[in-house]
Design a protein around this ligand. Structure first.
Ligand code: ZN
Length: 135
């Protein structure tokens, strides 16, 4: 069994600009510049360990999430040193992968998601940090 540190916790919001001041105040961190990830249909910004995600288009998964439940916790992301190996391990354990292969995520890291139906209702993200050591 491997133990992976949390990379970030993501909050879905209809507007990063409107949501950021609250989380800046809560965490004491300033909001990073906003990064657009068109292939994921979102734009993202980081405030400390929080990732704020805003849909780029109304058909995206994040837009549907916001329609269903409004702004709130969206997913938890864990750092892994080798994302392909971790996906293979999790698939062999019977977990349902949304991404069978890693895709480009925020900050240039490779990421992959697991389906919440197989992870206790939590959307689960892996973020590859190839040289990650103890933080
Ligand atoms: Zn994330």
């Amino acid at each position: 069994m491997s133990s992976h540190p949390i990379d970030h916790i993501a909050i879905a919001t209809p507007s990063i600009r409107e949501a950021a001041p609250l989380f800046e105040l809560l965490t004491g961190h300033a909001c990073s510049p906003v990064e657009e990830l068109p292939e994921q249909g979102v734009r993202v910004a980081f405030i400390g360990s929080l990732e704020l995600i805003e849909p780029l288009d109304p058909g995206s998964g994040v837009a549907r999430f916001l329609e269903r439940q409004g702004q709130g916790l969206h997913h938890i992301a864990f750092r892994v040193p080798d994302i392909a190996a971790e996906l293979a391990r999790l698939e062999a354990e019977g977990f349902r992968l949304i991404d069978r292969e890693a895709r480009p995520g925020a900050g240039g890291h490779r990421v992959a998601f697991l389906h919440p139906k197989s992870t206790g209702g939590v959307l689960w993200e892996l973020v590859e940090h190839p040289v990650s050591g103890p933080r």
